[in-house]
Structures are given as C-alpha cells and as structure tokens.
Design a protein around this ligand. Structure first.
Ligand code: NDP
Length: 448
C-alpha cells in the first residue's frame, strides 16, 4: 500500500505543478487516481500507454470573451469556456454552468468527472463541460437572452451534433437552453440535436428535466436494497432547490420517503411534515418562474428557516446533496453519521469533501459519488440525442424505464468493481467501472 501511496503522491505532485491553482481539479483527480493506481498496476497495458496521464489532459480548452449589453445599455464582459476533455467513446458531452464561481479549475474538474460518468451510462458519449462566470441571478430575461446569444455566437463554431453536445447545469435551465439553441440555429441555419435539455416542442426528451433527481433517487433505492431496505418511511434531507433537488424530492416522495429540507445559497428550510406534491409545486413555481428565494417557502408554510446554514444537522436516514461542490465537510459528515444517516447519494457533483468521504467510508455508510448517482441526467441527454438522430420521440414511460435500467446497471457496475467483503466501495467501483471502457477505446485508437 505504501508503494501505491507514493505513486499517488508523485502523480499528484506533477498534476499540481502543471495545473497551478486549480484546486477543484486537483481534488477530483486525486480521488480518481487513488482508486485507479492499484488497478493500473494489475493491468500494466494502461500504464505503458500512459492512459491516465492522457486522460487528465483535456483534448482542447476554449476560452473566450462574452461581451453583452445590460438593460441600461452598459457594456458587460464575461468569460466563456468549453473544456473538450475526452472523445474516445463519443462526441464531447456535458453541461454548461453559469455561476460567478466558474473558473478553469472548476470546469476541468467537472469535465474530468464527466468522462467517467458518461462511460458508466454505457451510452456512446465522451466528456466535456463549459460555462461562464455570468450570474443569471437578478438579471432580466432580456439580459439573460443577450448574454446567451453572445455566448453562443462564439461557442457555435466549436460544437455540433457529432462533435460536442452541451446541456444545462447550475444556472442553465430550460430558459437558457432555449436562448442558446435559438442563436445556434440562426447562425448555422440548421435544426439539429446540438444541445440537450431542449423544450418538448423543439426536440427535447420527456423526463430530461426530471432525470438527474430521479436517477439519484433510483440509485439510492438500489443502495438501500443491498441492506434489504427501501425509501418507505425514511426521512430524507436534500440540499439545493434547483433542478436536481426538485425532482429528487418528487421521486423520494413517490417512493414513500419524506423530504424535510431544501436550501439555496442563503439558507435552508426545515419542514418536519414533509414536502409533499402540493408544496413541491409551489417550490417549482417559486424557483423556476418567480426566481425567488427558498426563505419564501418558510413564510408561506410557517416552518423554520435557518439563515446562512446547510441542512446536514437535521436528523435523517438518507442525505442527498443536490446543490454544489464541497457542500458537506468533515464535521457535517460526522453529524450525519451520528444522527443515524445510512445512505448518501450525491445529486450534485463532488458535494462531499475528501475528509467527509473518509468519514462515510470509515463508518460503512452507503456512499455514492456524483459520477455514479447523478449520471441519470446525462443518460437521458444521451437518449435525447438518439431520439433527435432518429427524428422520433419516446413516451414518458419508455424514457423513465430506460433511465431506471441505466441506474440499476450503473449500480451493478459499482458493485462489480467496488465490492470489498460485505462493503461496497462505490467510489472505487465508479472510478474503475468508468475508466475501463474509455481506457480500452484509447488503447485501440493509438497515441492520439
Ligand atoms: P440549479 O441551478 O437548478 O440549482 C442549483 C441549486 O444549488 C440552487 O438551489 C442554488 O442556490 C444552489 N447552489 C448553487 N451554488 C451554490 C453555492 N455555491 N452554495 C450554496 N448553494 C448553491 O442547478 P442544478 O440543480 O442543475 O445542479 C445542482 C448540482 O447538480 C450541481 O452540482 C450540478 O453540477 C449537478 N448536476 C446537475 C445535472 C443536471 O442535469 N442539471 C446533472 C448532473 C449533475 P442559489 O439559487 O442560491 O444559487
């Protein structure tokens, strides 16, 4: 083991020297390398071809200026990015994030995770990620539209249905995808499946908005089943109140669980009676149309609102972080465990810090990393691409069944590569399971 540790440290020293300041990228690579180095030792063909060294280097990084005019006629300038990380098994695929915290390191971490995640879905998709430091919060619809048009004016030369197919992520929902698609179509004069998460009337897939939240819930259900349990009667704590959190809440409730929290970057609400279908409909209107704050839920339903805090000190059986990276630290992980939490299913990408993950693993909690648990979103994006190519649309039931089966298959892959005695190491399982297909494709394609 000491030898592996040394190899991991040596590898990481090079990564850090070559990518200074990209802390989230270092964190994501470290977690993967820890699982992979022992596996690569047993499979020297990957070491000799330097597959891992190649996988951490993006195939291409695009950075560009995004100038736009605000409602007062003042010029604003943001920075746009697209990381085309790996195309060994299919066109680059991954979301766009619009958030002030976006920078190169954040997007490289997300793109790197995306490569393994997309491989786990079994669909033919490479990995990419992009976005901007633009903050849609507080902007008018017209400002968001002008920004999206400017962003796409540059991005359109680099993407295409067989090259690179972006989707949504934080700050990029149906409204933004619509504006981006409109501009792409205008500039390229073609109606094609270049983005996923499109509206139903113009090439979108049923279940795509629900897919990430539903998928993370299906995955948690599979984990519970390994201990002969289910969501019935379970108390569930969810963070975030955006796309992923909303549909995780819906599916947990349908499966008999009770969701007692939701949050945004200002604080969280605690509703001990549970967020039922009617209250969730209010959240959807509040967040997706009115674009208000979660605090308003507390005012409407007369429940507690805890300002400036995250919900992890609320007692629960299942925790589903669905907001952002590094939102559960070591202390919060310890609190979850001591409060009796048995499952953590990550709807968000890398929401648990490395120290928090150690706490989960030490206490034999069923812990699923985002690249496995939240792969449902990109999986249905893959299904949207297939439907676009065939110029067909599947029913809600068909897509949901495919999504459910994909999540079961990802769970089986994690068990296959991650089972250690009576414990399933989902981190190891997801990392190795995602790696093998991409690595074999890279071996077959030569030194490219
Ligand atoms: P949304 O923009 O719809 O919602 C994000 C939610 O998280 C909001 O409630 C937001 O609060 C909160 N949030 C965002 N940044 C922070 C922060 N820095 N601190 C605290 N809270 C924050 O995004 P999604 O629901 O689409 O994405 C959530 C997570 O899921 C992300 O990690 C994303 O990468 C991941 N994911 C999303 C997929 C998808 O299909 N959409 C697919 C796979 C993963 P506020 O409004 O205050 O900012």
């Amino acid at each position: 083991m000491a030898n592996y540790e040394q190899q991991v440290n040596d590898f990481m020293a090079k990564v850090i020297a070559k990518n200074p300041g990209e802390v989230e990228f270092h964190q994501a690579v470290h977690e993967v390398v820890e699982s992979l180095i022992p596996f690569i030792e047993e499979n020297p063909q990957y070491r000799e071809a330097k597959i891992l060294e190649r996988m951490i280097e993006p195939e291409r990084v695009l950075m560009f200026r995004v100038p736009w005019l605000d409602d007062k006629g003042v010029v604003q300038i943001n920075r746009g990015y697209r990381i085309e990380m790996n195309s060994a098994i299919g066109p680059y695929k991954g979301g766009l994030r619009f958030h002030p915290t976006v920078n190169l390191g954040v997007l490289k971490f997300l793109a790197f995770e995306q490569v393994l995640k997309n491989s786990l879905t079994t669909l033919p998709m490479g990995g990419g990620k992009g976005g901007s430091d633009f903050d849609p919060k507080g902007k008018s619809d017209n400002e968001v539209m002008r920004f999206c048009q400017s962003f796409m004016t540059e991005l359109q030369r680099h993407i295409g249905p067989n090259t690179d197919v972006p989707a949504g992520d934080i700050g990029v929902g149906g409204r933004e995808i619509g504006f981006l698609y409109g501009q792409y179509k205008r500039l390229r004069n073609e109606f094609t499946g270049v983005l996923t998460g499109k509206g139903l009337e113009w090439g979108g897939s049923l279940i795509r908005p629900e897919a990430t939240g539903y998928g993370a819930t299906y995955f948690a259900d599979e984990m519970l089943a390994t201990r002969g349990s289910s969501f019935k009667g379970k108390t569930v704590v969810i963070s975030g109140s955006g796309n992923v959190a909303q549909y995780a809440t819906e599916k947990v409730t349908q499966l008999g669980g009770k969701v007692v929290t939701l949050s945004d970057s200002s604080g969280y609400i605690y509703d001990p009676k549970g967020i039922d279908a009617e209250k969730l409909a209010y959240v959807l209107r509040l967040k997706n149309i009115k674009r208000g704050r979660i605090k308003e839920y507390a005012e409407k339903y007369k429940v507690e609102y805890i300002e400036g805090k995250r919900p992890w000190d609320v007692k629960c059986d299942v925790a589903m972080p669905c907001a952002t990276q590094n939102e559960i630290n070591e202390e919060e992980a310890k609190t979850l465990v001591s409060n009796g939490c048995i499952v953590v299913s990550e709807g968000a990408n890398m929401p648990s810090t490395p120290e928090a993950i150690l706490v989960f693993e030490k206490n034999k909690i069923l812990y699923a990393p985002g690249k496995a648990a939240n792969a449902g979103g990109v999986a249905v994006s893959g299904l949207e691409m297939s439907q676009n190519s065939m110029r067909m649309s599947w029913t809600r039931k068909e897509v949901d069944e495919r999504l459910h089966q994909i999540m079961r298959d990802i769970h089986s892959t994690c068990v296959k590569y991650g089972k250690q005695g009576d414990y399933i190491d989902y981190v190891k399982g997801a990392n190795i399971g995602g790696f093998v297909k991409v690595a074999d494709a890279m071996l077959a394609q030569g030194v490219v």
